[in-house]
Design a binder for this molecule. Structure first.
Ligand SMILES: *Cc1c(COP(=O)(O)O)cnc(C)c1O
Length: 456
């Protein structure tokens, strides 16, 4: 199995190189040279995950090694089905993707990706330093995924005072010498800019062997195909999936599952007030606006980086054209696509709904009144979008976070404060380890050099 860049100007690589490199050298994202057909379901979630991922990994990792690593990854989940389906109304289901160690769906991919990193690095006798910025969920999921890895040091920058307490504590209470949670005096965008600047520093990049596990990493998208495959085949007919969306990574995995043979009718994109994708799908208007903070912060994104992979397919895999469109998008803030292409590629597969904070709160209240269940605000944008959409047949909404991860919004809507699962019950008492730094490139780079074990 080989991979090509969406911008057509980088060498073809195998899976292990794609895993470690994250971004292609031409600035594009890696995709497989061809899409392998979806294999049949296995006996349980881990078995299905192994056979799906094996089709994308090829010979880079021996099958038995992969099977064990995947089984280990999903053994950290609190539910035996890993990603169970729960019915909440006629024709309306949620798929609970929050039973992993850090209570958000990102665990489904990152628990596997951390183990893949460790395996490939050990084989090559290499070390990396992962640096990343987070507004909350990615950082905690990435830290948990690599906390035991001998070959990885991780530095996660988060905006001081701007994450929820649960999110912060999930990053700062992991007592492991290779984990470094850094509170930056600044915003999430400042954190992201610092990470980009560190990657642009060739010397630092080489000295510390910098690596990334953000949502553009192909291995994350690959691991997310699995739950679309298991859920779509456990209901009769072809369900529609409704996906609370930020960076487009999750819904892209749904598109791949559908294109490679999973019985999926349609993909419904749920946006919050940051609705660039909804505007695009409904009005063909892809133009950026300022990010506004909402009750569903993990969807507060204006530039959905994984959309590039779909654009590349829409362009008939023409990397030059894709690079050109994206360059124009960056310069003008507007993406232009042909009407015919749009109808065939977007309208035939995607619809979208925008759900604001008031609607999110009333949806959390409604689900609680009707079912006794507490759902988190991200999930609620999905179920609200699904109820509003006029599509017939079963809809599966992806429940992307545990309600206890966003307790303030849930309490506002229901007057009930959701409790953490027992395994995390003492989170609020655990000692925190925090490094606090100014939003200063020299300071942050010096810190990364100091903790990195690359070359030692
Ligand atoms: C990351 C995240 C999302 C958005 O996922 P994308 O892959 O970026 O579209 C939605 N909900 C929660 C809880 C998340 O953590």
């Amino acid at each position: 199995m080989k991979y090509v860049s969406t911008r057509g100007g980088a060498p073809e690589l195998g899976f292990a190189d794609v895993l470690l490199s994250g971004l292609a050298s031409d600035g594009g994202l890696y995709v497989p040279t061809e899409w392998p057909e979806l294999p049949p379901l296995g006996d349980d979630y881990a078995a299905t995950a192994t056979s799906i991922m094996s089709a994308y990994i090829g010979n880079d990792i021996p099958h038995q090694v992969l099977a064990e690593l995947v089984r280990d990854a999903y053994a950290t989940f609190r539910h035996p089905a890993v990603a169970p389906l729960v019915q909440i109304d006629d024709d309306l289901w949620i798929q609970e993707l929050f039973h992993g160690p850090t209570l958000a769906f990102k665990d489904l991919a990152l628990q596997v990706v951390g183990r893949l990193f460790d395996h490939v690095l050990a084989e090559r006798s290499e070390r990396v330093t992962i640096v990343g910025a987070t507004s909350g969920d990615t950082g905690s999921a990435a830290i948990d995924a690599v906390k035991g890895c001998d070959n990885v040091d991780i530095v996660i920058l988060y905006p001081h005072g701007r994450t929820s307490e649960v999110q912060r504590r999930q990053m700062t209470t992991v007592n492991s010498p290779n984990v470094h949670a850094v509170a930056i005096d600044g915003t999430f965008d400042d954190c992201q800019d610092l990470v980009k600047a560190m990657f642009a520093d060739e010397q630092l990049r080489e000295d510390c062997n910098l690596s990334a596990v953000n949502s553009i990493n192909w291995a994350r998208v690959m691991a997310q195909i699995v739950y679309y495959a298991t859920a779509s085949q456990s209901l009769a007919g072809s369900p529609t999936f409704c996906v609370p969306t930020g960076n487009f990574g999750n819904v892209l995995a749904g598109w791949i599952a559908r294109s490679t043979g999973a019985p999926i009718d349609h993909l419904l994109i749920a946006s919050n007030a940051n609705d660039i994708l909804s505007r695009f799908v409904n009005d063909r208007d892809m133009s950026t606006a300022d990010v506004v903070p909402t009750l569903s912060p993990s969807m507060d994104i204006q530039v959905s980086s994984n959309f590039e992979r779909l654009l590349f397919e829409m362009n008939g895999r023409d990397g030059g054209l894709t690079a050109e469109q994206l360059q124009r998008f960056r310069a003008t803030g507007t993406l232009q696509v042909e009407e015919g292409e749009f109808a065939e590629w977007i309208s035939s597969t995607f619809t979208a709904e925008r759900v604001d904070d008031d609607q999110t709160l009333s949806e959390i209240g409604r689900v609680y009144r009707e079912t006794g269940m507490l759902i988190d605000p991200h999930t609620a944008t999905g179920t609200a979008a699904a109820r509003r959409s006029d599509r017939s047949g079963a809809v599966i909404c992806l429940a992307t976070a545990h309600p206890a991860k966003f307790p303030d919004a849930v309490e506002r809507a229901t007057r009930i404060r959701p409790e953490l699962p027992p395994a995390l019950g003492d989170l609020m008492e655990r000692p925190e380890q925090i490094t606090r730094l100014a939003a200063d490139l020299a300071d942050v780079s010096a810190f990364v050099r100091q903790i990195s074990r690359v070359g030692r």
